[in-house]
Write a protein that binds this ligand. Structure first.
Ligand code: FES
Length: 115
């Protein structure tokens, strides 16, 4: 049985500048996936690195995301997402949302939750 404390580690929280995001690769649902992990203070959010508009990666070069004032901007066509929720608030897929991956910060380590 997997417990939260044994869940797959993704990165150190300190690896992520506060208010920004990094890319990690992780095994999710049987596939190796690119994830965007966003830090907000002592918390983290993770999303698949896939834009709901046209399925492109969110980063403008591998691992580099446009994050400004709590908003994530897709590099392809400018869709804007609220980083804390993944909700698209502007751009071509307004009203859609990023696919979240459940994570937890435990002792300074961001881990997949329930994996
Ligand atoms: S693929 Fe992200 S805005 Fe078009």
């Amino acid at each position: 049985m997997t417990t939260t404390s044994q869940a797959t580690p993704l990165c150190q929280l300190a690896d992520i500048p506060d208010g920004n995001a990094i890319e990690v690769e992780a095994f999710v649902n049987g596939e190796t996936e690119s994830l965007m992990v966003y830090r907000h203070g002592a918390e983290a959010r993770a999303y698949f690195n896939v834009c709901p508009h046209a399925g492109r990666r969110l980063d403008y070069v591998p691992g580099k995301f446009l994050v400004r004032s709590g908003q994530i901007i897709c590099a392809a066509h400018g869709a804007t997402f609220t980083a804390d929720t993944g909700d698209c608030t502007a751009g071509p897929c307004r009203g859609d949302r990023l696919r979240a991956v459940s994570v937890a910060v435990i002792d300074g380590v961001v881990r997949l939750a329930g994996a």
